[in-house]
Design a binder for this molecule. Sequence first.
Ligand SMILES: C[S@@+](CC[C@H](N)C(=O)[O-])C[C@H]1O[C@@H](n2cnc3c(N)ncnc32)[C@H](O)[C@@H]1O
Length: 426
Amino acid sequence: MLKKSNEDWDFAGANIHYMTHGLHPYPARMIPQIARRLIERYSSSGDVVLDPFCGSGGVLVEATLTGRDSFGIDINPLACLLARVKTTPLNPKILMREWECLRGDIRRNLGLLHSKQLKVEIPDFSKTNISYWFKPYMIEELALIKKHLDEIKDDKIREFFYVCFSSTIRLVSGTRKGEFKLYRMPEDEWKKFRPDVFAVFERRVDESISKMGEFFEFVSKNNIKAKAEIFEADTSKLFTEEFPEEGRKKLFEESVNLIVTSPPYGDSHTTVAYGQFSRYSLIWLGYNRDRTLEIDKKSLGGQLKEKEINSKVLEETLEKIRNKGRAREVKSFFVDLNECLQKLYKVLIPKGYACFVLGNRTINGIKIPTDEIIIELGKSIGFELIEVIHRRIPSKRIPWKSSPTNIPGQKVETISRENIIILRKS
Ligand SMILES: C[S@@+](CC[C@H](N)C(=O)[O-])C[C@H]1O[C@@H](n2cnc3c(N)ncnc32)[C@H](O)[C@@H]1O
């Protein structure tokens, strides 16, 4: 029997940007209040929490704040950078000191750049469409800022400033704000668009130091020793040679007390394009274009796969999808997800809980009941269903909207409800 919880899981009006949660946008984030409640309910202080699709690391931040060590896995290097920075407490006084020097140096060199007394080396952007997204003056100023950041000696401090730089990239580029896919603002708007790049960066740094300061203060005052570790990897490869060696040493069978995650809702091409979202941040941070293009291919459902999996609901759903190409994409996504679920079962301790927060998507008008499919797949692996909690997503916070025709910019609300599925290893 499924228990329907009477508790309020909507968290309408809750602040979701406190501490390091507010450092950088990322698509389809799990709100911290949900992560917190699940962690506190299904684990104890000192336990180990895993988020196998950790995105920007919201679950890991909450694990840290509640004194649990945690691990995150994500295929996307930008997600891993964000998760690392958000879970690494840095003393705001040290950040301020670094920032004072940086700010002065960058300002001085920007002056020289503007008066043509300085030339800045532009990174190799070959094969990218950089000039479609950034105007020449933006490219020069961003290149100058980046050069200064590269010179920061301390890895953790440098990564913190890279996160501020990445959010600046998003704000000054020609992408439509509030859009996860790469979609440029209308031509007349683009012509007039002339943000002060350094002023945007300064604002991002000031806000980010203040957010990091709140996190640092909480962790220090409460003497929190919990640590988060992030692996840039494919969760379906856990326990195999393809998974990073360091990760294999730490994520062995029965090494995790609790899993809390929001898996992707579907393949990246037709749902949330994490690769597209991250592309220009990553290119500016030095990743080559081909590597950024691989992200969506390596994500769940990124490549077509044919394999039998145990879900009647999935079979019935696939039959309803008339476009057989789309049906194959949906199937491939679940083949990959099933592979991940098998690995997650293995990594959990006996009686350990696995919590999945997800929405159901629609393809050509057909609802894909991801919640029911995960439950069926989970049961066939050995999980027991404990509870399904439904929550409404308060309207201003719908995590993603997608275009059923896949035409960028054409939005239809496809998810306004989320399901929280609690499974337990037998
Ligand atoms: C819904 S998002 C997670 C968002 C996260 N809960 C947050 O608050 O930021 C899903 C994540 O799964 C990642 N992903 C997709 N396929 C993956 C795979 N095979 N292995 C690991 N991560 C994957 C995507 O890069 C994306 O960051």
